[in-house]
Design a binder for this molecule. Structure first.
Ligand code: FES
Length: 149
């Protein structure tokens, strides 16, 4: 039995501790915001927060999560920083196919929680592990710039 806290709800699951978190989110919880891209921790499409830090859920066995809090893009609620960030996304419309965007948003949000006004270098460093086949890199950065004002 694995007990997890996902989007502030406790769930008990009869699964192996080796199961990657992404499988739990998408297949067992129906939380499909985090995406399967590479499955080997390289693309960032599966990024969620674990205790506020961006984590690639395809490469995190649930047995390693313990009592940490998992937040997915579905669980952002009324977080004012998230609302500001999403406002930047609405204004700048960086999305093309959209597949990588939830992961990029979760990483950007973790950065903004840590630094209210990150520098260009800090933004580039934070997002350097995200791959976008549509090449939205600059538009994503423009959306973040709008959010930080
Ligand atoms: Fe997890 Fe690519 S699917 S990093």
């Amino acid at each position: 039995m694995v007990i997890l806290t996902i989007n502030n709800k406790t769930v008990e699951l009869d699964i192996s501790e080796d199961m990657p978190l992404l499988w739990v989110l998408r297949d067992l919880m129906g939380l499909t915001g985090a995406k399967y891209g590479c499955g080997i921790g390289q693309c960032g499409a599966c990024t969620v927060h674990v205790d506020g830090k961006p984590v690639k859920s395809c490469s995190l066995p649930v047995g390693e999560i313990g009592k940490s809090s998992v937040i997915t893009i579905e669980g952002l609620g009324n977080d004012p920083v998230a609302q500001k960030l999403l406002g930047g996304w609405v204004e700048k419309q960086p999305t093309q196919c959209g597949y990588c965007q939830p992961g990029q948003i979760m990483t950007a949000l973790a950065l903004l929680h840590e630094h209210e006004r990150p520098t260009k270098e800090e933004i580039n460093r934070a997002l350097s592990n995200h791959i976008c086949r549509c090449g939205t890199y600059q538009r994503v950065r423009n959306a973040i710039k709008v959010a930080i004002g």
